[in-house]
Design a protein around this ligand. Sequence first.
Ligand SMILES: *Cc1c(COP(=O)(O)O)cnc(C)c1O
Length: 356
Amino acid sequence: MVEPLPHVREIPPYVPGKPPTAQPGLTTYKLSSNENPYPPLAGVLATTEQAVAAMNRYPDMGCAALYDALATKLGVGTDQLAAGTGSVALIYHLLTAYCGPGDEVVHAWRSFEAYPIAVTASGATGVRVPVTADGRHDLAAMADAITARTRVVLLCTPNNPTGPALGHAEVATFVAGVPEDVLVVIDEAYLEFVRMADPVDGPALLRAHPNVVLLRTFSKAYGLAGLRVGYAVASADVAGALRAVALPFGVSSVAQAAAVASLASEDELFARVESLVAERDRLVAGITAAGWWVPEPQGNFVWFDLGERTAELAAAAGEAGIAVRPFAGEGVRVSVGEPEATDRLVELLGRLAPPA
Ligand SMILES: *Cc1c(COP(=O)(O)O)cnc(C)c1O
């Protein structure tokens, strides 16, 4: 029998958020994958359909229109950009380009479940640094975890699934202490939802430190999760390496068209983000009023640190027509979605005893 490389058997499975199960007489809601609950904007959909009509042609491998629009938006050169099939793909490209067996990748835990998958697939070794009791990165412990073998540090802000975001000053101090030959990847998948004093200014960090890499996605605030497109912003050297290892023609013409149209529709899309942020505030107020607690959410989701009671809340939500994302024995992540779903969740929490 032909065996895959030994580390392939060690790759943990990705557990996708499940769709809701039908409940008689109830509208159901999918709050299990941090998706954008709004349907596509009509204009974005129309542009995307034009791209669909040309599906017999390969996409633009150079993503020229997308890179031009992003370069203008971000004030960087087009040579500082690398697109991929979701920002998860950029994590794979980065690890392919910079890591192999014997190398270490430091990241927080619990954090994004794709990290251990991508790190293990690359053959490198993940070094997990526990988040604090309030779901924050322990940057001091992460700095201590860097060794001569470390090639990459992943920061997730806001942290999926726990919710809190990092501040600019603490990240600037952290990055200043990281050796220049270690990449600091700042995964900003939920950037547009952050409302805090002193938010991370990724482009400023990148200007000061060429070993910084920003990861961003069209899947969350821009509502294009099904089309798979995200990007990295980095030094021209790093971005070039990411483009070099990428699958040829990875980002489809349909995804490129939708992303460019979405960048041109930011006013409308960000008004929706504002509504989701307001809904997040309403959800947190309801959670608090019901006597429960969640770490400060800065993305489009909240985290219930429930340990052994994880399955109980997930099952109760399922019966109420709401699909959530349980992490067995750890906690439950619930995306911010439709107001009716918020009301139903808060009502449900009021009926369950909060953790002691
Ligand atoms: C959703 C998410 C991403 C992006 O996923 P893609 O759909 O692949 O762009 C990246 N990082 C985190 C932490 C996420 O939650």
